[in-house]
Write a protein that binds this ligand. Structure first.
Ligand SMILES: CC(C)(COP(=O)(O)OP(=O)(O)OC[C@H]1O[C@@H](n2cnc3c(N)ncnc32)[C@H](O)[C@@H]1OP(=O)(O)O)[C@@H](O)C(=O)NCCC(=O)NCCS
Length: 168
């Protein structure tokens, strides 16, 4: 997969957070996040596979979902970044997932702002996000970083709201 855009920076820093490339040592944390999420059965092996696939996808596409660590505590609290997802490499999706214990502290918004800036630096002109109708927290994060609802589609899991933001 190739793109006419510059590769995204895989090292982002904010006031409270550091986003950096995945390391093998993140597998335990990602496994815990998968376990908390429920759904597909989580395993340490699957977390390792997701990390390995993420690294090769990042190398091939120049975009990535990056682990988020808190500067003060030094702990892994989730991930945020760009992914093709349901969209395209030219107009990728912004995505994020954090442990419940850290929700409501503005971390997703802070990480997403840094990812937005990183997307601008690649030369991209538009981002997307797809959100389930019940996901109030995700809509609020996207609202805070300037996304607007565009259209709604449906799949076997129900309705999906597509939000978009043009980049300067
Ligand atoms: C979506 C998610 C990443 C948000 O993380 P977060 O760090 O708590 O987000 P922030 O603190 O930056 O912002 C959340 C906002 O939603 C608001 N919010 C959260 N739950 C809410 C609810 N049930 N009703 C109304 N507002 C709510 C918060 O008050 C906050 O808004 P505010 O700053 O105006 O007070 C987190 O909930 C998560 O990991 N969810 C599971 C994974 C997921 O759904 N990912 C997105 C898929 S599209």
């Amino acid at each position: 997969m190739s793109s006419s855009y510059a590769p995204m920076s895989f090292h982002l820093e904010t006031e409270r957070l550091i986003l950096r490339p995945w390391a093998a040592s993140d597998a335990d944390g990602l496994y815990a996040l998968h376990t908390e999420r429920g759904g597909d059965p989580a395993s340490l092996e699957r977390a390792r596979e997701v990390i390995a696939r993420g690294l090769s996808t990042a190398a091939a596409t120049g975009i990535a979902l990056l682990p988020i660590c808190r500067r003060a505590e030094g702990d892994f609290i989730g991930y945020c970044g760009l992914t093709v997802g349901r969209s395209t490499l030219d107009e990728p999706e912004i995505a994020y997932e954090l442990f419940q214990r850290v929700h409501g502290n503005g971390y997703a918004t802070e990480a997403a702002r840094a990812v937005l800036d990183a997307a601008v630096a690649t030369g991209r002109r538009r981002l997307w996000s797809t959100v389930r109708t019940w996901n109030t927290a995700s809509f609020r994060v996207l609202d805070k970083i300037g996304f607007e609802r565009d259209h709604v589609t449906a799949d076997d899991r129900g309705e999906l709201v597509w939000l978009t933001r043009t980049l300067p």
